[in-house]
Write a protein that binds this ligand. Structure first.
Ligand code: OFO
Length: 167
């Protein structure tokens, strides 16, 4: 049993996570189009992780006997000024998602909804990791200052990232 306010807030969060997936898929397509396959791979893994996040909330609502309501997903941008710009936008977006998760935690506390509060702990930790990953890549990109050789080396490294499905 879940409060209607929490049900609505989680449905909104499903939409936020699906938009995240859409945004990173769009970034993956853009990186492919400029020949940076390693960056494209990194974003493709991120897309899959965001789908997992959306499904975590989706499954949670179902397990609580609540109703999932899917909403229209906003159109993401299709291009960025540079790899650095794309990752700065990624970090900005993740900071927004962290704020959304924190607001869900506040609501769970207000409603004394222990089950949702408990489920959200995973997302709190995940957001720390997401922001940290983005900051690391931004630092690397700033270090190479757009040099072709530097971007090539980072592309090689980001090409190693592998998707691990959520247990
Ligand atoms: Fe779902 O963590 Fe990124 O957006």
């Amino acid at each position: 049993m879940i409060d209607k306010r929490m049900e609505d807030a989680i449905n909104k969060q499903i939409n936020e996570e699906l938009y995240s997936a859409y945004l990173y898929l769009s970034m993956s397509a853009w990186f492919e189009s400029i020949g940076l396959k390693g960056f494209a791979n990194w974003m493709m893994v991120q897309f899959k992780e965001e789908m997992d996040h959306a499904m975590k909330f989706y499954n949670y609502l179902n397990s609580q006997g609540a109703t999932v309501k899917l909403m229209a997903i906003q159109e993401p941008p299709h291009e960025w000024e540079s790899p650095l710009h794309a990752f700065e936008e990624t970090l900005k977006h993740e900071q927004h998602i962290t704020k959304c998760i924190n607001e869900l935690v506040d609501l769970a506390e207000e409603l004394k909804d222990r089950a949702t509060y408990n489920m959200l702990q995973w997302f709190i930790n995940e957001q720390v990791e997401e922001e940290e990953n983005d900051r690391e890549i931004i630092d690397m990109l700033k270090m190479v200052e757009g040099s072709k050789h530097g971007i090539f080396m980072i592309d090689k490294e980001l090409g190693q990232r592998q998707y691990t499905p959520e247990a």
